[in-house]
Ligand binder design. Structure first.
Ligand code: CP
Length: 333
């Protein structure tokens, strides 16, 4: 059985949508209409996305999920990296809001004939889309794209830089479960070095007043870790102690050149989440993971499937609502 929002006992009352929430977009990313990063957003701007997303969580439980305020608009998903959750939820979000949604399959596009990213972007731009959702292996790609198109650009993950909608959906999941974010102890464990999810979450959680600890092997900690305003440790038992939230991350093998860990077996022994390590966290600690999960690598199957502790599928559910909120707010910019 999957524990989803309708069974969530911690559900907060719906936020009301008013013209006021749209003011946030005017200062988004220096006054533009894009969502490129969490870094630089204020607490008020983040909360406005979350408050509006609450409305969509309710709406997505109804039989009729349509709220066609984007009728006539076009959303293009331009994913240069694989995705299940992000691409599907942007597609669902757009369709539920009445937009026309196009998924560009990069493998079958003219990129394979040598077209540059900027040429691809300008080609798509000439068709007058309203939103381009981009995922790319290179950090900074979404920012670059935003300078070459007229429409709103949403960063769906750029290299190891940022994945802003993931951090928003994680925050919504936490807020609905715990009723707050400020003051919570959040332990983020795993491949911090290559993780755009970690970077966006650290920025968001810091802005909303959580206490963040990052836990990783020394080889998987970023060089600028000390400047991130977090507690840093390579000892998982120490880092996870009394945590309210344990956020596990996937080993990003596709971004690793060389050997960062001795072996998967040893990695799981020291940094994998199992029942014994989780017992050190707060008794009501929640387990999160952005997915895709690698069972037996960073998380034990037993924990991933424990619906009393794991909110991994609720994160997926929140992903649709958060992306609807992002589209609505950007559409009003
Ligand atoms: N969390 C996340 O970005 O998942 P996908 O790679 O499936 O989109």
């Amino acid at each position: 059985m999957v524990r989803l929002a309708k069974l969530n006992p911690f559900k907060k009352p719906s936020a009301s949508i008013s013209k006021g929430h749209l003011a946030a977009v005017n200062t988004l990313q220096n006054g533009s209409k894009h969502l490129l990063a969490i870094e630089g957003l204020s607490a008020a701007e983040i909360n406005k996305f979350l408050d509006l997303a609450e409305r969509y969580v309710e709406r997505n439980l109804a039989t009729d999920k349509k709220h066609p305020i984007l009728r006539g608009r076009t959303l293009i998903n331009l994913f240069f990296e694989n995705s299940t959750r992000t691409r599907t939820s942007f597609e669902l979000a757009g369709k539920r809001m009445g937009a026309d949604v196009i998924n560009i399959s990069v493998g079958a596009s003219s990129v394979k004939k040598g077209e540059t990213l900027i040429d691809t972007a300008q080609t798509i731009n000439a068709m007058h889309p309203d939103f381009i959702v981009i995922r790319h292996a290179e950090s900074g790609t979404a920012h670059m794209l935003a300078q070459h198109v007229n429409c709103s650009v949403i960063n769906a993950g750029d290299g190891s830089h940022e994945h802003p909608t993931q951090a928003l959906l994680d925050a919504l999941t936490i807020r609905r479960a715990k009723g707050k974010i400020k003051g919570l102890k959040v332990a983020i464990c795993g491949d911090i070095l290559h993780s755009r999810v970690a970077r966006s979450n650290i920025a968001l959680l810091h802005t909303l007043g959580a206490n963040v600890t990052i836990i990783a092997p020394p080889t998987l900690l970023p060089a600028d870790a000390a400047s991130l305003g977090v507690t840093i440790t390579s000892n998982m038992r120490e880092g996870i102690k009394d945590a309210d939230i344990v956020m596990m991350l996937r080993l990003q093998m596709e971004r690793m050149q060389g050997h960062f860990i001795p072996s998967i077996r040893e990695y799981f022994h020291f940094w994998g989440l199992n029942r014994e390590k989780l017992s050190l966290a707060a008794p009501d600690a929640l387990v999160m993971h952005p997915g895709p999960i690698n069972r037996g690598v960073e998380i034990d199957t037993d924990i991933a499937d424990d619906l009393e502790r794991s909110v991994i599928l609720e994160q997926v559910e929140m992903g649709v609502a958060v992306r609807q909120a992002v589209l609505e707010i950007l559409a009003q910019a």
